[in-house]
Write a protein of this length. Structure first.
Lengths: 89, 572
């Protein structure tokens, strides 16, 4: 499963928004990757996510494989939209 | 006696002995381990211990600073348990590296990656990684980290840097202030100092080398000065300053929730000037009536490309939401002059202050201007936004800028994007030509904001940065006062209001003159707001007005100053 998001948080995907996302996906069983400018990182890794230096206005792709992927996307979308991190593309 | 200069980040004066935070000795040896499993176990235990420590700090920080500021420690916990980081360390241990070396190597790798990012915010996150890995390292080595909970007398902390976890442990009962070698106005430590309301000076470069543990020091957080081993005379001077500061603060605090109104009931607005969204909180804390000048240059500086519309929209929106309906005046980009943006590739000029800057750039590089206007218009739905254009010299410039704004507004509305119905559009008065024909501008604008710093330097033709002509920087010069009076009268004649966002708005001598002239809004740095409100509360506008004519006939700056001191400051 894949989904694209436009990051709108004013400082990009920095500590706080990144932490929210990582915390939200960590309990899930499936592997989840975030891809930005052709680089992919484990979305359960705050360092991986922050090291991408994702600026506001960037489009990122999130992909997940596993039994609970569908549920995971529900959660991710909800967190991204409700916490003002970004919007669905 | 030794004087050290740094960056003033949190106001106030403190006297206490220096408490030098020595970095704990975290040196270790690189050894080849034979029992890899035991080493992995040792590492795991250190991580667990660190986790418990961080959770404790997180709880303390939540109580002391609130959930928002404590969130940084939640992020620390995530760094600690990061699967990529842990995997990298464990992989290194598997090859026979000892845990200390493996940890250091892995965290340095991540730090190098972060430092390479083209973003100041990200680079500052490096200190978070350092903070976390130091903690783990200390636990591996069995070294105790600095524990400031055991302080028993007043101290001023002197340290290379204050990591967020160190600041969380600061016991304000004993910590009277702090000094660091590195850091700037927006570093964690600076923001926390302002929240705690203790003086702080950062960016001193060498304070940890120049100050011995236990020496008496004076910390002047207002001017960014540190005095070591002060003479009796100097110490007496600062005692008096401290007393004045404390007394004034006490007296001023009562004005925080009072309206800005003169003794005879004339209402004005006392607002704050800000340079980035974070400063808005300082204006709110000081009880400001709004924001009179939001400089937008910060969005464009320290980067390699123009900020996107979305990025700007979020920044403007965050300020408007913080201000909760209070008026917020945003000035469109004022670049050029002494502020350059390397990526715009502007040519060097002989006279940059008379050259290609501010609205002159916006009107010729329209796409950049339109991006900013769209971001502002979209944000306008979230608060009480007013937009003003800098450096307007001719009617044509204002009309053109406003036409572009209205065009963008219409496009957004057609696209279904909500835009404020009550958006006011005004201009800065900084150029004498605009001040002189203010009557013509007054028909076109919703308001004026007088930028005195530039207006004075252009009126007297004197570069305010040039020491040889600094005597010509005269706010009370009769020409400047007449221009200001002309602008205020012209605006009022058309039923428009006038503000001022230069340093003059908070000047004690200028204040009674400006109030008498009928200025409606005074915008200044947050730290001057309460003082100005208290001063205005003691002045009678009606009485001041009777002096207008005589003031305008005075012939020199010195005469004006003398007149004000004699007649306007000693009102009952």
């Amino acid at each position: 499963m894949k989904k694209m998001f436009n990051i709108t948080a004013p400082e990009g995907l920095h500590a706080r928004p990144a932490a929210l996302l990582v915390t939200a996906v960590t309990p899930f069983e499936c592997d989840v990757q975030l891809t930005y400018k052709e680089k992919s990182v484990n979305l359960k890794s705050i360092m991986g996510v922050m090291a991408l230096g994702i600026a506001p206005g960037s489009i990122v792709e999130i992909s997940a494989e596993g039994p609970d992927a569908e549920k995971l996307f529900q959660t991710i979308t909800e967190v991204i939209v409700s916490k003002g991190i970004g919007e669905e593309c | 006696m030794l004087e050290i200069q740094g960056i003033a980040v949190s106001q106030g004066i403190a006297f206490a002995n220096a408490y030098c935070l020595k970095e704990p000795d975290l040196s270790y040896e690189e050894i080849k381990v034979a029992d890899v499993d035991a080493e992995l176990e040792r590492f795991k235990v250190a991580v667990m211990k660190t986790k418990a420590e961080l959770q404790e700090i997180y709880e303390i920080a939540q109580k002391k600073f609130g959930a928002e500021k404590a969130a940084i420690f939640a992020a620390h916990l995530l760094v600690l348990e990061d699967p990529e980081m842990l995997a990298a360390i464990e992989a290194k241990i598997q090859t026979g590296m000892n845990a200390e070396f493996a940890l250091d190597e892995a965290s340095n790798m991540f730090i190098a990656m972060f430092e390479g990012l083209d973003n100041v915010y990200m680079q500052e996150r490096v200190s978070d990684i350092r903070d976390v890995s130091k903690r783990v390292l200390a636990n591996l080595l069995g070294v105790e980290m600095v524990d400031m909970n055991r302080l028993a007398s007043d101290v001023i902390i002197v340290s290379k840097d204050l990591t967020p976890s160190m600041t969380a442990m600061l016991d304000t009962k004993y910590v009277k202030g702090f000094i660091t070698d590195i850091g700037g106005k927006t570093s964690h430590s600076a923001i926390l100092a302002r929240t705690l309301e203790i003086p702080a000076v950062v960016g001193t470069k060498n304070a940890t080398q120049d100050i011995q543990h236990g020496t008496p020091i004076i910390l002047d957080g207002t001017n960014g000065k540190i005095i070591v081993n002060a003479t009796l005379e100097v110490s007496g001077f600062y005692r008096r300053q401290q007393r004045i500061h404390n007394e004034e603060n006490e007296e001023l605090l009562q004005y925080r929730s009072l309206p800005s109104i003169s003794a005879d009931g004339f209402s004005v607005e006392i607002a704050g000037n800000i340079g980035n969204p974070e400063d808005a909180e300082m204006v709110i804390n000081a009880g400001g009536d709004g924001i009179g000048l939001f400089r937008t240059e910060f969005l464009y500086m320290e980067r390699r490309e123009l900020p996107t519309e979305e990025e700007q929209f979020q920044a403007y929106k965050s300020v408007l939401e913080k201000m909760q309906g209070k008026p917020t005046i945003v000035r469109t980009l004022d670049i050029g002059g002494d502020k350059n943006l390397p990526y715009l590739k502007l040519a060097d000029e002989m006279n940059p202050f008379l050259g290609y800057r501010a609205i002159r750039i916006s009107l010729t590089q329209q796409e950049m201007f339109r991006v900013q206007l769209r971001a502002l218009l979209r944000a306008s739905a979230y608060g009480n936004l007013k937009i003003m254009f800098p450096m307007i010299a001719t009617l044509g410039e204002f009309k053109m800028a406003k036409a572009i704004l209205l065009e963008e507004k219409q496009n957004l509305e057609i696209g279904g994007c909500p835009v404020s119905e009550t958006l006011e559009v005004g201009m800065m008065i900084e150029i004498p030509s605009a001040a002189i024909i203010a009557d013509l501008f007054a028909k076109e604008v919703d308001f004026f904001s007088i930028g005195t710093n530039d207006l004075i330097q252009y009126t007297l033709a004197a570069d305010r940065m040039n020491e040889n002509v600094s005597y010509l920087y005269q706010p009370y010069h009769p020409a400047v006062l007449r221009l200001i009076k002309n602008v205020i009268d012209a605006a009022h004649h058309q039923g428009k209001w006038v503000g001022m966002c230069g340093e003059m708005a908070a000047d004690e001598i200028a204040l009674p003159i400006l109030l008498g002239f009928g200025l409606n809004e005074f915008s200044m740095s947050a730290s001057s707001i309460l003082k100005t409100r208290a001063h205005i509360a003691k002045l009678s506008k009606q009485q001041l007005m009777t002096h207008n004519e005589r003031i305008l006939l005075l012939s020199t700056s010195a005469e004006v100053e003398e007149y004000v001191k004699k007649n306007l400051l000693s009102q009952p």
